[in-house]
Design a protein. Structure first.
Length: 343
């Protein structure tokens, strides 16, 4: 009887600690979002605002990729395909048919989810690096098709018409602050979705599939359905990012939205920040994306690959010294501070 009481008390303590942790996560993201929302009031330089927008965009894309690659353990190297689907769906519907980008954004998300389900049905039978290679090859096939598809402008791309500043058409030529707040909202949505998923049954299933698919299936987890759900959700959020990017740059062609570098810039922030964590994608993006933009501007990274060398070396260094990413490093630092305070 006494043992049962102790066990029950320990369980309640674990549950209470978990709830406190979840509340702290919510308060933390509210504080981060509040600080970020103030940045356009403090940063007026157009170039720096552009860097801020791209940083939050890739943080959102990395968070979306993390759902499939981080939580579910399916390392996709072809998410540029879904990014391009969102960009092209929005651009074609707006430029050719006059439909507002908001509608194209929804269409792109649905198309990307459908494509992810189709490719998942074919590719989730593959394991490990075979799956990763398959996603990369399929994305490259999509890139080649877009280069030759006249309906979507082929290699010439699609130019958005210039119009007055408007939230309806997502056109803001004079002030980039609305773009910043849009992408801040996108990051908030992807974070909240990841937060809800992390504590849900799907989240536990995905982590079980990541750790040991065979064992999880023997315990009743539907492995294939879990992977398909993760792929569809990840792809749809990635497509929304592609739709925003098309409106932001007002011109797209195959290489500007479907090149492999987009897949790479979704994966690397997660690897650097921490796979399967809530804060890893943001931490990684805050370091990698400004580094990329600065090296391109001042070191000629776009022509010589200096940016790739620098943050490639950074990712390798973190992977070797701290495989769980920067989130693990900060967690270790907090643990030491806590131990020091207790002493």
């Amino acid at each position: 009887m006494g043992t049962a009481a102790v066990s029950s008390g320990a369980t309640q303590g674990v549950v209470a600690g978990y709830r406190v942790h979840r509340r702290r996560q919510v308060l933390s993201v509210l504080a981060v979002l509040a600080v970020l929302a103030l940045l356009p009031l403090l940063v007026h330089d157009a170039y720096l605002r552009n860097v801020l927008i791209l940083t939050l965009l890739y943080a959102s894309l990395a968070q979306a990729w993390n759902i499939l690659g981080g939580y579910c353990g399916q390392i996709s190297l072809g998410h540029a395909l879904y990014f391009g689907i969102g960009a092209y769906a929005t651009s074609v519907l707006y430029v050719n048919y006059g439909l507002l980008p908001w509608f194209g954004m929804a269409v792109g998300a649905v198309l990307a989810a459908a494509m992810a389900l189709l490719l998942g049905w074919m590719c989730f039978r593959l394991k490990g690096h075979y799956f990763s290679i398959a996603t990369l090859v399929i994305a490259e096939i999509g890139l080649l098709l877009m280069h030759n598809w006249e309906f979507v402008g082929a290699a010439m791309g699609i130019q958005w018409p210039l119009g007055p500043d408007s939230w309806a058409t997502l056109q803001f030529a004079r002030d980039k602050a609305p773009y910043f707040y849009f992408v801040l909202g996108l990051f908030a949505i992807t974070w909240v979705i990841s937060f809800q998923v992390e504590g849900s049954r799907w989240g536990y299933w995905w982590r079980a599939v990541k750790d040991n698919p065979e064992a999880s299936e023997s315990l009743g987890v539907t492995v294939f359905s879990s992977k398909m759900a993760a792929a569809a959700l990840s792809a749809s959020l990635t497509a929304v990012g592609g739709s925003f990017y098309a409106a932001f740059v007002a011109y797209i062609d195959p290489d500007s939205v479907m090149h492999f570098r987009f897949s790479l810039l979704m994966v690397l922030p997660v690897v650097l920040g921490g796979l399967g964590t809530l804060w890893g994608p943001l931490l990684g993006a805050v370091i990698l994306i400004p580094l990329t933009e600065v090296t391109r501007s001042y070191l000629g990274g776009s022509g010589t690959g200096i940016d790739l060398i620098i943050y490639g070396a950074l990712v390798m260094l973190v992977s070797v010294l701290k495989p769980e990413g920067l989130v693990g490093l900060f967690g270790q630092f907090r643990g030491r501070r806590g131990a020091g305070g207790a002493a």
